[in-house]
Structures are given as C-alpha cells and as structure tokens.
Design a protein around this ligand. Structure first.
Ligand SMILES: *[C@@H]1O[C@H](CO)[C@@H](O)[C@H](O)[C@H]1NC(C)=O
Ligand SMILES: *[C@@H]1O[C@H](CO)[C@@H](O)[C@H](O)[C@H]1NC(C)=O
Ligand SMILES: *[C@@H]1O[C@H](CO)[C@@H](O)[C@H](O)[C@H]1NC(C)=O
Ligand SMILES: *[C@@H]1O[C@H](CO)[C@@H](O)[C@H](O)[C@H]1NC(C)=O
Length: 491
C-alpha cells in the first residue's frame, strides 16, 4: 500500500512538472520577438535578424552611397560621442547600430587569417556590498527564465541549440556552457553578456565567414582554434561568440582549450622585472588616487551614499556594472540621497584620466610590453604559420579573456585608448596578402580600425606590413637595452 501511494505521488509530480514545462514552452513561443540590429560596414549597412534557418543569420541590406541616417532607430553614434557609461555597458538594444570595419582590405588583397581577442560580456559585479545593502536580487544570469532572454529570439535559439548538443553528448565539460544560475554569483556572465557575444559573433561572421569565406565547414576543427582563460564567464563568452560566428554551430565540433593566465603568456609568465615595475605603477596610481579621487566630490558623495570605497574601480564595478549595465535604477540611501548618472560619468572619466596619466609614463608602458610580449609573439607565430603555409595553420583564432588581457595589449600596441575596455570588447588582428605577395596587418578595436594609431605603424593604416609588426614584437627586449625579453625580465 505504501509503495502504491508513492507511485501515485511520483506520477502526480511528473504530471505537474510536465504541464509546467509545456506552459513555459508555450509562453516562450508567444513572447518571441525579432532581435534586430544593424551594422555599418564600409558604405553598406547590414540588418541582422535571426533567420528561421540556422545557417544564415544576417541578412544584408545594400545601401548605395552613404548609409541612411535613421531617426527611428537608435542613432549612429561615433564611438566617442557615446557617454562613457553607456559605452562601457555596451547594453544590447533592439535596433542597435554597430560600427564594423572588420574585413575591409585594399583592392585585390586577400584575407589570410584573423585573430580575435574578446573581453567576456556583461557580468555580475565582483563586489556585492551595494547589492547586499540595497537587497538586490541578481537574477540576470539565468538563460532559462530571465525576462531578457525571452525577449530575444537569438538568445532563445542559442540556448535551445546548446542544450540539445549537451544532452545528446555524454561528455563532461569544464563548466556549463550557458549562464544558468538562478541568482548570479559575483563575476558571473549575464544573459546580456551572452547576447553581446552573440552579436560580436554575428557581425564577424558577416565579415569573415560570409564575405571572406575563412571557415571550411567540413574542417572546422582544423581551421579554427579557441583559447579561453579558466574562468566560467570567458568560457561561456567563447561559446556564445562561436554560436554567432560559426554557421550551424555545434558545441562539440569546436574544442575550447585553456590558458592558465589572463595574460595568455603560457610558459613565459615568470618575469621578475615586470613585478618590480608593477610596484612602481601601483605607487603612481595610489598617488593619483590621493591627489584626485580623494578630492573629487562626486566620488566622495557616491562613497557616502552607497557605503562603498572611494576608488573609481570599485564604484564602476558596484554601480556601473552592478546597476546601469543591468538597467536598474541607481540606489538611494535612507535620507533620500541618490546616486546620479552624471556622477557616474565623472567616475568613468576619472578612471580614464588615471589610466592616461599612468600609461603615458615609462614604467607602465614598459610593464605592458614585458608582460604581453609572449602573447604578441604568439600572434606573430600564428601569422607566420599561415605565411609559410605550415601544416595545421589556423584561419581563425579566438582568445577569450578579461580586461586584464585587453588593457595591456592595447597598451603594448601603443594605442592611445585609455578607457576601461568595455564589456564584450573585441580586438581583431587581420593578416592580409596583397597582389604582389606582401603581407599586411590591420588592427580593429570594437569595429574601429586603429592600425594607424599603433606605435609600430603610426599613421600607416593603409600599409602596415607584417614585417613592421614582427620587428616590433621581436625587439621588445631592446627597449630595455637587452637582446631579448627574457634577458630583460631577469635584469
Ligand atoms: C530555409 O531553408 C530552406 C531550405 O534550404 C529554404 O527553402 C528557405 O527559403 C529558407 N528560409 C529562409 C527564411 O531563408
Ligand atoms: C580537433 O583536433 C585536435 C587536434 O588537431 C584533436 O585532438 C581533437 O580531438 C579534435 N577535436 C574534435 C572534436 O574533432
Ligand atoms: C556632494 O554632496 C554635497 C552635499 O550633499 C553637495 O552639496 C554636492 O553638490 C555634491 N557634489 C556632487 C558632485 O554630487
Ligand atoms: C588615430 O590616427 C588617426 C590618423 O592616423 C588620427 O586622425 C586619430 O586622431 C588617431 N586617434 C587617436 C585616438 O589618436
């Protein structure tokens, strides 16, 4: 008798859960909307919508001459005009218009390889002090039930496809490939973060897969190589990017490999000289903090209202990443004092100022060169493999990292960009071959070509040779008066 009632109970529970799942599924269907976004690419404008068929996601709209100015959609923002908070959040909206200067070479040039470095997408803050104080429930890391993921058809498709792949495959992976926590833990990738990477992937699919045919559908594993840091949000960002980038993507088709360091320095991470320089840089930053941030009334007010530290770094994490990027109203304290968006703009600008002051000085420049040289050399080696037509060379390489990766790379390249790299940043290194067989490189940061702003090709975005890049990378030791980087590290 006991057994029978347990059976009935089980049956009822099953029935209830089955109908719940069915209801949920119906709800999802009903709420599907088109996830439309646009990209300016040369004198063409692309409109991205999710196609019924997985194979083709971006539909092209050809505009002759200049891209039409649109008033109904969010306006085309030259990157610099966007306020620094919005720029940083990179919040995905319907009808977003992206700049996309990837895949644009000179007449007759052939694109040989692309290496793509991304910063993970939007994440939960690392420090929960403000969330705890104002009792925020961080429920934006759940790909299943979050209201944002229902709104975007692209997100639902990606979720369903990855889940299908997971269940037909018994294999064990590093971690779940989708953000799926009921409540985010600190630093976890959010649904917006996944969407940012889906967009990155789609845009670059248009540039590299559709236009330049860099991927070979039958030899995916041979043509694409993926490397991520050992952190859930970078791994999940890589998966979302790949889903957007690779037509008919299947999770198990493309292995993701791991590096142990956010600097991607592999076996060359030890560098005592870098540590001693880092100490100097930190001291300098501390002096700027005392001289500027301690005296800045917006920063001090935020610290008082929210009860968090008066460093720009923590304020950006807690309030920009924690609130604005999630479209949550900024907190107010018991006396009715609220954080104002304009105060956060001040915080962002102060952070940028701090970066600028430190980076224009020798120790910080040198630190980035020493620390990122192995990564730059790796980029160089990967290009060389293609140029020499070595067996096993890759056409597309994805590195999924952090601000701790992107910032020193930007610095080591000599780019005068002092902003904190936005969430979902993409930095692309393209290798081109001209009609005469010379190899050139192009560097594109968040869709904007910056080759002519690097220290090795100043004002030469049209003809920055692979050789110029190669010389720069291999002579980094000489900046320090040594034969090699490793000698400089030991000095
Ligand atoms: C989807 O694919 C089918 C068969 O390949 C094709 O007939 C159909 O037009 C495609 N649908 C769209 C929206 O592209
Ligand atoms: C991809 O290629 C690597 C080596 O080239 C191999 O070890 C791995 O098993 C392959 N993975 C898949 C999924 O085919
Ligand atoms: C900081 O707070 C003080 C006192 O409430 C106020 O007078 C001042 O205008 C605030 N400054 C900024 C920049 O928010
Ligand atoms: C980058 O270089 C171009 C010309 O080569 C110049 O017009 C532009 O101002 C530079 N950008 C920055 C941020 O220095």
């Amino acid at each position: 008798m006991r057994k029978a009632s347990i059976k009935w109970m089980l049956f009822t529970v099953l029935l209830i859960s089955a109908s719940l799942v069915a209801m949920w599924a119906v709800q999802f269907k009903a709420k599907y909307q088109h996830d439309v976004f646009r990209a300016d690419h040369g004198n063409k404008q692309y409109t991205g919508v999710v196609d019924e068929n997985e194979s083709s996601v971006i539909k092209k709209t050809l505009n002759k001459g200049k891209p039409k100015k649109t008033t109904k959609t969010n306006k085309v923002n030259p990157v610099d005009e966007v306020n620094p908070v919005d720029y940083y959040c990179n919040f995905p909206r319907d009808n977003d218009i992206f700049t996309m200067q990837e895949g644009v070479g000179q007449k007759g040039w052939k694109l040989k390889q692309v290496q793509i470095l991304i910063r993970h997408g939007d994440r939960a803050p690392l420090n929960y002090a403000a969330y705890n104080k104002f009792r925020v429930k961080p429920n934006f890391c759940n790909i299943h039930s979050d209201y944002y993921s229902e709104k975007y058809k692209l997100v639902s498709k990606y979720r369903d496809n990855i889940l299908k792949d997971l269940y037909t495959d018994g294999a064990v992976y590093f971690t779940h490939p989708l953000p799926q926590a009921i409540l985010c833990s600190p630093g976890q990738l959010t649904v917006f973060g996944a969407l940012q990477q889906l967009h990155n992937g789609l845009l670059l699919r248009e540039a590299y897969v559709q236009k330049h045919k860099l991927l070979d559908a039958f030899m995916l594993n041979e043509t694409i190589y993926v490397r991520s840091t050992h952190v859930r949000r970078t791994y999940q960002s890589a998966v979302a990017f790949l889903y957007g980038f690779v037509p008919d993507y299947h999770f198990k088709k493309i292995p993701i490999t791991f590096t142990n360091s956010p600097k991607f320095c592999e076996n060359h991470c030890v560098c005592p000289k870098a540590q001693s320089i880092e100490k100097l840089v930190k001291e300098k930053q501390y002096r700027i903090y005392v001289d500027r941030q301690k005296k800045n009334s917006a920063i001090q007010n935020i610290s008082r209202i929210v009860g968090i530290g008066d460093h720009t770094g923590q304020q950006i994490d807690s309030l920009v990443t924690g609130y604005v990027c999630k479209r949550m109203p900024l907190p107010c304290n018991k006396d009715g004092e609220c954080v104002d968006p304009s105060q956060l703009e001040v915080v962002m600008k102060e952070q940028e100022r701090l970066n600028e002051i430190t980076r224009l000085e020798t120790p910080a420049q040198n630190l980035a060169l020493l620390v990122m040289q192995p990564f730059l050399e790796n980029l160089f080696n990967q290009m060389k493999q293609v140029i020499d037509n070595k067996e096993g060379h890759k056409k597309v390489i994805l590195y999924s990292g952090h601000d701790l990766t992107v910032t020193p790379v930007i610095q080591a390249l000599g780019l005068p960009d002092y902003r904190w790299p936005r969430l979902g940043t993409r930095l692309v290194f393209e290798l081109w071959e001209s009609t005469t067989g010379t190899h050139f490189i192009k560097i594109i940061l968040n869709g904007v070509e910056v080759t002519g702003n690097t220290s090795f090709c100043p004002e030469r975005s049209e003809d920055c040779t692979f050789e110029a890049f190669a010389n720069y990378v291999s002579n980094i030791g000489q900046v320090f008066g040594f034969e090699s980087r490793s000698a400089a590290c030991r000095s």
